[in-house]
Design a protein around this ligand. Structure first.
Ligand SMILES: *[C@@H]1O[C@H](CO)[C@@H](O)[C@H](O)[C@H]1NC(C)=O
Ligand SMILES: *[C@@H]1O[C@H](CO)[C@@H](O)[C@H](O)[C@H]1NC(C)=O
Ligand SMILES: *[C@@H]1O[C@H](CO)[C@@H](O)[C@H](O)[C@H]1NC(C)=O
Ligand SMILES: *[C@@H]1O[C@H](CO)[C@@H](O)[C@H](O)[C@H]1NC(C)=O
Ligand SMILES: *[C@@H]1O[C@H](CO)[C@@H](O)[C@H](O)[C@H]1NC(C)=O
Length: 286
């Protein structure tokens, strides 16, 4: 080779490498290091700026859930919401819901649960007892429906009312049964279940032994016609709700998004290697 040939070859090699590097693109974080290494080997004098490292994706901030808003549009839960507002407990519950570490699980009786409740009556409760009754419907932690498998048979679970105000949970192949001694009911639908806020509809008011005592009348032998509204309609059941799948859906979505760019990086990386190799071959021929 004479000097002209050598300078043509060098120019050609430089163009090829530059072209190949540009092809690799700025988004190719994992493989651009490899491309730059090749570049450094073939032309040590050339300095190209490394592509900027993208900042790590920030942790998703859980969206603020306004309990008043949610309870006034879902339901109808107006009786329970009225109790929460008149006792100012809605603020206590909202503070708990704002706590993204622990979160809240709230069991909300429908309006019909209050109107069907004849005995014992809530009308004789002191305001402190009424507050305790409301807090008895909340757990100081977020539980998805599937988390209740763990709580099933684990013994009494503390509520926000504290002390002796505990609830028992039983998971019956996905249906969550709640026992308070006085009340046996189930989660009939999931109103909202996204960490840190879970709100489940229940068909009965949860009555604590700590207020009403342990002198619990035995359940009526034959179901009275009045009990019919308490039977959850099929469409109301937790299975029809789809709240369970939410977490999983989000998870696989993220996985799909994460895998797509990395495989395209790999393709671009290979293209770089092939192009540099071909250019190198041409230089040798020249
Ligand atoms: C929550 O919603 C209620 C009813 O829509 C509204 O009056 C209240 O201002 C909201 N609170 C916050 C903190 O956004
Ligand atoms: C809950 O958080 C919202 C939004 O950050 C805020 O506006 C509201 O005042 C908080 N409420 C309570 C009771 O902490
Ligand atoms: C409520 O109080 C009234 C009068 O104090 C009494 O007659 C009634 O039996 C009480 N009801 C219940 C359910 O305890
Ligand atoms: C539920 O129990 C399993 C095993 O018993 C455990 O690995 C898991 O962390 C528990 N989940 C919760 C939310 O406590
Ligand atoms: C809850 O379950 C425990 C046993 O784990 C039992 O001793 C207790 O009586 C139950 N309490 C209620 C209110 O059902």
């Amino acid at each position: 080779m004479n000097t002209t040939q050598i300078s043509i070859a060098c120019t050609f090699l430089f163009l090829c490498v530059t072209l190949a590097h540009a092809q690799a693109g700025y988004g190719a974080t994992s493989d651009s290091g490899y491309g730059s290494a090749l570049l450094a080997l073939s032309s040590p004098a050339t300095e190209l700026p490394l592509p900027p490292t993208p900042a790590p994706a920030p942790e998703p901030i859980p969206e603020y859930v306004n309990l008043t808003d949610l309870l006034s549009v879902a339901g109808p839960f107006s009786t329970f919401l009225h109790y929460l507002e008149s006792t100012k407990l809605i603020e206590t519950l909202q503070t708990q819901a704002n706590d993204t570490e622990e979160g809240i699980t709230l069991f909300v009786p429908k309006d019909t649960a209050f109107s069907n409740l004849k005995k014992p009556s809530l009308s004789n409760l002191t305001s402190d007892q009424l507050k305790q009754l409301c807090l008895f419907h909340a757990l100081p932690h977020y539980y998805s429906l599937s988390d209740f498998k763990n709580l099933s048979g684990s013994g009494p679970v503390n509520t926000l009312a504290g002390g002796a105000y505990t609830l028992n949970f039983t998971d019956d192949s996905g249906t969550v049964h709640i026992g308070s001694g006085w009340t046996n009911t189930l989660v009939s639908s999931s109103v909202h279940a996204k960490d840190p806020v879970a709100i489940y509809q229940v068909n009965k008011v949860l009555l604590p032994e700590a207020i009403f005592g342990t002198d619990i009348p035995p359940p009526a032998p034959a179901p009275a016609p009045v009990a019919v509204p308490d039977v959850a309609p099929v469409a109301d059941g937790p299975d029809a709700d789809g709240g369970k799948g939410k977490g999983k859906g989000v998870g696989s979505d993220t996985a799909a998004r994460a895998s797509t760019p990395s495989s395209s990086h790999r393709v671009t990386g290979w293209r770089t290697v092939v192009m540099v190799a071909v250019c190198g071959g041409l230089v040798v021929v020249l």
